[in-house]
Design a protein around this ligand. Structure first.
Ligand SMILES: [Zn+2]
Ligand SMILES: [Zn+2]
Length: 183
C-alpha cells in the first residue's frame, strides 16, 4: 500500500482502495462461486441438502463489483501507460521527420551551390576584376601587379606615347590610343 502511494501520489483515496479491494473481491467471489459449485455437486452426490447454497449468489455479485473496482482502479494506469508508450514514439517520429526534412533541404541546397560553383557560376554575384592577362604570355596576374608572375614582363604601362602622352605597355609597338607606331 505504502509503495503504491509513493509511486502514484496523485491517485490515493478511492482509486487506491479499489486497486486493493477489487482483486480481493474478485478472489472472494471466485472462491464463493467455487464453494457453491463444489457444495452443489457434493450435495448432489450425497443426496443431502447442499452446503454453501447461497455462496454463488454472493460470489457472482462480488465478482461483478470486484471486476468493476479493478477496472476503475487500473483504468487510469492502463490509459497512462498507453499514453506514455505512445507519446515518445510520436515525438521521435516527428523529430525524425523534421531532421530528415532539414537534412534533405540542406543536402539539396549544398548540392545546388556546389553544382553552380563547379559550373563557374558565382552565387555572390559578379566578382570584381582582380586579374588581368599578361600581354606577353597570357597568364592571369593581379591587376595591380607590376610584373608577370610567369614571364617577368613588366605589366605597368610605362611607355608613354610621344604623340598623345597615352601610357602604353612597355613592349607595345603601337599606341593603344592614337595608333602611333613606335620606332
Ligand atoms: Zn607574362
Ligand atoms: Zn598615342
Amino acid at each position: 500500500m505504502d509503495e503504491q502511494f509513493k509511486i502514484d501520489p496523485g491517485h490515493g483515496g478511492p482509486r487506491a482502495f479499489f486497486r486493493v479491494a477489487g482483486p480481493i473481491l474478485v478472489g472472494l467471489g471466485v472462491l464463493l462461486f467455487a464453494l457453491g459449485i463444489i457444495g452443489f455437486f457434493a450435495a448432489f452426490g450425497s443426496m443431502s441438502r447442499p452446503h454453501f447454497m447461497g455462496a454463488p449468489f454472493v460470489g457472482i455479485p462480488l465478482l461483478a463489483v470486484g471486476g468493476w473496482m479493478c477496472q476503475f482502479g487500473y483504468a487510469g494506469r492502463v490509459a497512462r501507460y498507453m499514453a506514455e508508450e505512445m507519446a515518445p514514439v510520436g515525438k521521435d517520429t516527428f523529430n525524425y521527420m523534421a531532421e530528415g526534412t532539414q537534412g534533405a533541404v540542406h543536402t539539396v541546397a549544398r548540392a545546388a551551390a556546389q553544382g553552380l560553383a563547379e559550373g563557374g557560376v558565382s552565387l555572390g554575384g559578379s566578382q570584381p576584376e582582380t586579374k588581368v592577362r599578361c600581354h606577353k604570355c597570357n597568364a592571369l596576374v593581379d591587376v595591380d601587379a607590376r610584373f608577370c608572375d610567369q614571364c617577368g614582363t613588366a605589366l605597368a604601362k610605362t611607355k608613354p606615347c610621344p604623340r598623345c602622352d597615352e601610357q602604353n605597355d612597355p613592349d607595345a609597338r603601337f599606341c593603344d590610343n592614337c595608333g602611333y607606331a613606335y620606332p
